[in-house]
Design a binder for this molecule. Structure first.
Ligand code: NAP
Length: 352
């Protein structure tokens, strides 16, 4: 197999070796986003389970870790359909976890190119190769602010920013492929993910550790998190439970929390006091809008942006009972335990 980058790196013998080592030859799967936080944890878990794991990684990405774990690397980019040719050949299940997510200060089209068109290119490859299951990673963000928490999967779409809107369009396209092209797909929507390797929540830990955390707004907005290991269990169930094609599952931790409880838990873990002062949130939101407008033309990551400010403003709480009932999903790591493990990792990495 060759792709347009001509840099297909197949580490010979891995497939045979895995079958021999585990004595339990498992299926070959393709994972996108394995150079990122969630996809990385998930791909390593698959290796532990004895799967033969092929990873789609962009040409410039460092994949030493993945290679060392025994993964097969295919170089490609979701936005370049030619580069994806053959990536799903011989694959039983595709786990599509990659997305444009953390970027800011980029044109909105960037999110569409990766999260909508990129998903389409990968689904076309999956159909061509006759994969048996396509597991698509969406986000609870497609439902944006939740008016009547906790939200169920069939509550209305209500994306609040261009990232969430692009994830909604990607999800709708997967549903269209299921209906019109018989793609055997399953969609999961994670809530906020934390755990070792995550950089998104690092700021909370840093500011609390340095005594610089400020609460904007009441702090009583609802927030819902999942610990990475629980999410990984849920993703695996989406790929392996039979007869669930066409379904959407919200994957989250047990119950939700308020933003105040979330930061107080971190403060308790770090043994740091929290200021009792609450600041109004609207000036921060306006500053976010300003920095976005100024930074976007120069493709600079804004220091403050609305997508992040909205964590102080919007209720986000979700009902995970469908995943429990149909998948047998059961989160095991409490919020406090997950945050403890995350804090320990940040400390180990000397990030806080
Ligand atoms: N983190 C959360 O709290 C959260 C919550 C809900 C849903 N999600 C969803 O969960 C998934 C994983 O999120 P994450 O936090 O783990 O993200 P992440 O760490 O930012 O990883 C994103 C991955 O996507 C890859 N990617 C981006 N553009 C690509 C392209 N054009 N072609 C190929 N690969 C590309 C990245 O590759 P590079 O390494 O080359 O950049 C990286 O491996 C995403 O679908 C996201 O929408 C995340």
């Amino acid at each position: 197999m060759q792709n347009t980058f001509g840099k297909l790196e197949v580490y010979q013998g891995i497939e045979i070796l895995q079958g021999d080592m585990t004595g339990n030859m498992k299926k070959k799967v393709l994972v996108t986003g394995a150079t990122g936080f969630t996809g990385g944890h998930f791909a390593h878990r698959l290796i532990k389970e004895g799967y033969m794991v092929r990873v789609l990684a962009r040409p410039e990405e460092d994949v030493k870790n993945l290679v060392a774990a025994g993964m097969e690397i295919v170089r490609g980019d979701l936005t370049n359909p030619d580069s994806l040719k053959g990536t799903a050949e011989g694959v039983h299940t595709v786990y599509h976890i990659a997305a444009a997510f953390r970027e800011e200060g980029v044109p909105k089209q960037f999110f569409w190119d990766v999260n909508v068109k990129g998903t389409q290119h990968l689904m076309d490859e999956a159909l061509k190769s006759g994969v048996k299951r396509f597991v698509h990673c969406s986000t609870v963000g497609v439902q944006g602010e939740i008016k009547h928490p906790p939200a169920k999967e069939d509550d209305p779409y209500n994306p609040g920013d261009h990232y969430q809107a692009s994830k909604m369009e990607g999800e709708l396209l997967v549903l269209e492929y299921i209906q019109k092209k018989n793609l055997p797909a399953v969609i999961f929507r994670p809530v906020g993910i934390h755990g070792p390797g995550d950089m998104r929540f690092l700021k909370f830990f840093k500011y609390i550790q340095n005594g610089k955390f400020h609460m904007f707004g009441s702090g009583q907005v609802l927030y819902h998190l999942t610990y990475i290991d629980d999410l990984v269990n849920g993703i695996l169930l989406c790929g392996t439970v039979q007869g669930i094609e066409g379904e959407i599952f919200t994957l989250g931790g047990e119950g939700n929390t308020t933003l105040s409880d979330f930061v107080e838990t971190i403060a308790k873990i770090l043994n740091k006091p929290l200021s009792k002062i609450h600041y109004p949130v609207w000036p921060l939101w306006v500053a976010g809008a300003f920095f976005e407008a100024v930074c976007r033309p120069f493709r600079i990551h804004p220091p403050i942006y609305r997508r992040r400010v909205e964590i102080f403003m919007k209720d986000r709480a979700f009902d995970i009972s469908k995943a429990k009932r149909i998948l047998g999903y059961q989160p095991k790591v409490s919020l406090e335990e997950g945050l403890k493990r995350t804090a320990a990792w940040y400390m180990e990495q000397k990030m806080i």
